[in-house]
Design a binder for this molecule. Structure first.
Ligand code: PGA
Length: 252
């Protein structure tokens, strides 16, 4: 089963609308032609419209970094998947920074996943163990738990649309990327195997599984050579237009 490679830029809490549009235009110029790679940019909420406009009709798609699980209501400061539907194609769900700083639980991640799918958007579901869990040898149990919880109650007709992202917390923003071998083991032997357990082998082979954590131009090829790693969720390096374009070009 051939899955399309994906390069997702997670800009986190960086760049307002004007600066985001500048970066998006730079990326459009440098990575617009690589249609064989699914390119997705995830700016902060206030910059979504500017980035959508900057990449319109280029094949580069836009994603949000989070959403609330409810459709609407008295949740001051929150943004729903219903609102995002007009602006984006993807929504990152369960990023470790949200699990850590906003105490997002597995069940919250599950509700958000369902809300995103309900709007016909694609959730990019983040899972990954932290450093202590890694050192304790708990990677498998943590990742299996997070994958199962995120997809709890999600029927296979919808689950086949999701994107999974394995992001070991100790590798995010640290410059200490996982080895390609480790990424392959978790993406293939844990995440994909868990999808096969929860659904079936065909679904497990359909769903893209990304790696994230200190990816950059000089290590992206090692990850992409792995049979079960379909792309990357890129933080820091995606804020540098030439690094992001370089990564897309190498993958293409
Ligand atoms: P990083 O971030 O590439 O800066 O490590 C990845 C992420 O948090 O998605």
């Amino acid at each position: 089963m051939k899955r399309m490679p994906m390069m997702v830029g997670n800009w986190k809490m960086n760049l307002g609308p004007a600066a985001s549009a500048v970066l998006a235009r730079e990326i459009r110029a440098g990575a617009g032609e690589y249609a064989s790679v699914q390119r997705v940019l995830c700016p902060a909420f206030p910059s979504l419209a500017a980035v959508s406009e900057a990449v319109a009709d280029s094949g580069i798609l836009v994603g949000a970094q989070n959403c609330h699980a409810a459709d609407q209501g008295a949740f001051t400061g929150e943004v729903s998947s219903v609102m995002l539907r007009e602006l984006v194609s993807y929504v990152i769900v369960g990023h470790s920074e949200r699990r850590t700083f906003s105490a997002e639980s597995d069940s919250e991640v599950n509700r958000k996943t369902a809300a995103v799918l309900e709007q016909d958007l694609i959730p990019i579901i983040c899972v990954g163990e932290n450093e202590a869990e890694n050192e304790a040898g708990d990677t498998r149990s943590v990742v299996e738990r997070q994958v199962s919880a995120a997809l709890d109650g999600v029927p296979s007709i919808l689950a086949r649309k999701v994107v999974m992202a394995y992001e070991p917390v100790w590798a995010i923003g640290t410059g200490r990327a996982a080895t390609a071998h480790h990424a392959q083991e978790v993406c293939g032997e844990i995440v994909r195997l868990q999808l096969a357990e929860l659904y079936d082998g065909e679904l497990a082979e359909t769903v893209p599984v990304l790696y994230g954590g200190s990816t950059k131009p000089d290590n992206i090829e090692g990850f992409m050579e792995q049979p079960d790693v379909d792309g990357a969720l890129i933080g820091g390096a995606s804020l540098n237009g030439s690094d992001y374009c370089n990564m897309v070009a190498r993958v293409a």
